[in-house]
Design a protein. Structure first.
Length: 116
């Protein structure tokens, strides 16, 4: 979850940010997004549970905004267990009947921005 003071600063520029980081009923996962993405240490703040919570929020937002047919692209890079985290996210998103385009090979994270 974004710290309240940071969320207030970001909300005017990124009004949908809170939808991604405040999943319904979740109070135990602390997700911090920086200017270059999710900031966390693997197995500390960045866990499979945290990835699933984030994926759940993304899936809910995609469905709510009519993007389920268009789908989402989920990729991974060469960092430790990245492909496993991507697969966990893909399972959660697909469970919401959202089309998932899951990468089959590692690539620089920036390349996935261009895929959308």
């Amino acid at each position: 979850m974004v710290a309240p003071h940071r969320a207030r600063r970001l909300a005017p520029r990124y009004p949908r940010l809170l939808a991604f980081v405040r999943p319904a009923g979740s109070t135990s996962v602390n997700i911090v997004f920086g200017t270059d993405g999710w900031r966390a240490r693997i197995a500390d703040e960045y866990t499979f549970d945290a990835v699933r919570v984030c994926a759940q929020s993304v899936a809910e937002w995609v469905v709510k905004n009519g993007g389920a047919d268009r789908g989402v692209v989920i990729g991974f890079d060469r960092r430790f267990a990245s492909e496993h985290f991507a697969a966990a996210a893909a399972e959660v998103v697909a469970a919401h009947d959202v089309n998932v385009h899951l990468a089959t090979a590692a690539a620089p994270t920036q390349s996935f921005s261009w895929a959308t």
